[in-house]
Design a protein. Structure first.
Length: 128
C-alpha cells in the first residue's frame, strides 16, 4: 500500500473524525483518510471550484470537493484544521489536503489513490 509520495505530492494515512452531520456542507461519512501535498489551484484545475467554500459550522473545513468516480466510489478532498477558519491561512495558500472516503477497505484506498494519480494529484508508485 502507498505510504508516502515524493516531492510536493505525497500522501499518508491518518486518523480522522468526521465533521458533525448537521452541517450544510457537502461531506461524506469518512472512515479512511490520507493526505496529499498539493495546491488549491492544482485541485481546482482538475475538479473545478469546490462544492463547499467557506467556513464550516465547526470552523475546521474551508473548502471541500466531493467526487464520484466510475464504479460508485465517492470521496472528498478538503482542508482539515489548516485554513482561514481554523488557523487564519488563506485557502489558496493551503498545501496539505485531506482525502476521505466511506469505506475502510484497502481496495477503495487503492482505487482512490489510482484515480488521483491519473489526475496528476499524487505521484505514481513508479515515480517513487
Amino acid at each position: 500500500m502507498r505510504n508516502e509520495m515524493r516531492g510536493e505530492r505525497k500522501m499518508r494515512k491518518k486518523d480522522f473524525t468526521r465533521p458533525n452531520k448537521t452541517s450544510n456542507a457537502v461531506y461524506i461519512d469518512v472512515l479512511e483518510v490520507f493526505e496529499i501535498e498539493t495546491s488549491y489551484q492544482h485541485i481546482a484545475s482538475v475538479f473545478g471550484a469546490p462544492d463547499r467554500f467557506g467556513k464550516s459550522h465547526d470552523g475546521k473545513v474551508d473548502a471541500c470537493w466531493t467526487i464520484a468516480i466510475e464504479g460508485g466510489t465517492v470521496f472528498s478532498i478538503y482542508n482539515w484544521k489548516n485554513g482561514r477558519a481554523y488557523t487564519g491561512t488563506p485557502v489558496r495558500e493551503i498545501g496539505t489536503w485531506s482525502v476521505g472516503f466511506e469505506s475502510a477497505d484497502s481496495v477503495i484506498l487503492d482505487v482512490v489513490a489510482s484515480y488521483l494519480e491519473a489526475k496528476g494529484l499524487i505521484a505514481s508508485e513508479e515515480e517513487l
